[in-house]
Design a protein around this ligand. Structure first.
Ligand code: PMP
Length: 408
């Protein structure tokens, strides 16, 4: 099993107190993870020793920066098991990956009356870009329903997934319920009707082994900042033939082959989709994050998260009046969204903060999902490689104190 105390020593922020004499209990990695020293140092080293723009300088620093940046692309591509690094487009984040797909593939392939199939548990990043596209093209967005215990209702698939469906886009892991969806099965179902399959990997890549070839998805989106890497960079994986057929997203420098006053031709993959100076230090940091996770081992990370999540769900279920949302332990990732009767989710988060416990409250960018279940918000604790049973106990103690404070 992962040595959690050893892991904790890799994260300098865990030594910072939330308030005087109050240690930080960071339970919000699903929103954005903390960064290990190796990542911070890799970015620091770039700025201190080889900082220069990439892909254009004919001098040593620029060549070193280009090599480091492209080496990072190779690491990230291998991490999700892409066939080649050219299939990995660097984007700002998962949100940009979906916007790229909807704008580039969507505008070229979606026509009036076509259907785009999503699920009710999607993050807004995998809803809004498709809604914008559907509005422009007079297409239709449909949603696979979610059952009361937080699973996709796959009995609706025959009715919802038809020849009219041009793309099925769904999350691998829900950021609210933690549900781990049957990725291979959904991708195969999409392909069976001739639709494309796009997967939101934002809550999967940090937590479990990912294999885009085994899953056979056509497009796959994820963010560095949720997997120990910096903000400002993420990935869009796509199968080469698909990416080659897609028109560019943004135009400008770096993404062209030749520009004349009359028109332009475009660079090969992956640069066709990367206009302008990229997030160089962030790319290098992303590569270092992948190195770090590989060193721990993704199987070990997943196993540890299953252990700590199971422990947390058991302990939380002992808190009187607390309702846990989503599937049972063993069938979900490391997030626990809950409500407590008589308490507002934001008040809970605010009072937990007084004890140094950082959680998130709100709709977690999944407003339609909350609305479906008749709630405006939940409080969400999320767990990662540095979460200890002691921290979970602190959360539960603090929740019990809050209940007493409100005489519940
Ligand atoms: N999808 C899921 C499932 C997420 O959890 C998130 C982040 N909360 C996103 C997409 C969006 O990620 P980003 O904000 O990095 O674009």
């Amino acid at each position: 099993m992962l040595d959690v105390n050893k892991v904790r020593a890799d994260f300098p922020i865990l030594d910072v107190e939330a308030y005087p004499d109050t240690p930080l209990v960071f339970l919000d990695s699903a929103a954005s993870s903390q960064k290990p020293t190796a990542v911070i140092e890799a970015m620091n080293r770039y700025y201190r020793t080889i900082n220069a723009n990439v892909h254009r300088g004919i001098y040593r620093f620029s060549e070193d920066a280009t090599n480091a940046y492209e080496a990072a692309r190779g690491k990230v591509a291998r991490f999700i098991n892409a066939r080649e690094s050219a299939e990995l487009i660097f984007v700002r984040n998962t949100t940009e990956a979906f916007n790229l797909a909807a704008y580039s593939w969507g505008r070229a392939n979606i026509n009036a009356g076509d259907e785009i199939l999503l699920t009710e548990m999607e993050h807004h990043a995998n809803i809004v870009p498709w809604q914008l596209l559907a509005e422009e093209k007079e297409a239709i967005v449909r949603y696979i329903p979610v059952t009361a215990d937080g699973f996709l209702d796959l009995s609706t698939l025959d009715e919802l997934l038809t020849e009219r469906t041009k793309i099925l886009s769904f999350t691998a892991v829900s950021n609210v319920f933690g549900t781990i969806n049957p990725i291979k099965k959904l991708v195969a179902a999409a392909h069976a009707v001739g639709a494309l399959a796009m997967v939101d990997g934002a809550q999967a890549v940090p937590h479990m082994p990912v294999d885009v070839q085994a899953w056979d998805c056509d497009l796959f989106a994820f963010s560095s900042h949720k997997m120990c890497g910096p903000t400002g960079i993420g990935g869009l994986y796509g199968k080469r033939a698909l990416l080659e057929a897609m028109p560019p997203f943004m135009g400008g420098g770096d993404m062209i082959r030749k520009v004349t006053f009359e028109g332009s031709t475009f660079a090969d993959l992956p640069h066709k989709f990367e206009a302008g100076t990229p997030a160089i230090a962030e790319g290098i940091g992303f590569g270092a994050a992948v190195d770090y996770l590989n060193e721990l081992g993704m199987e070990e990370i997943h196993a540890y998260e299953q252990f700590i999540t199971t422990y947390a769900l058991e302990e939380l279920s002992e808190v009187k009046g607390l309702k846990l949302w989503g599937p049972p332990a063993g069938k979900r990732g490391g997030v626990a969204a809950f409500t407590i009767e008589g308490l507002h989710p934001h008040d809970i988060a605010d009072l937990l903060d007084k004890d140094g416990i950082a959680v998130r409250a709100g709709h977690h960018c999944a407003m339609p999902l909350h609305k479906k279940f008749g709630i405006n918000a939940t409080t969400r604790a999320s767990f990662y490689i540095h979460t200890t049973t002691d921290e979970v106990d602190k959360l539960v103690d603090s929740l019990n104190r809050i209940r007493k404070l409100f005489r519940l």
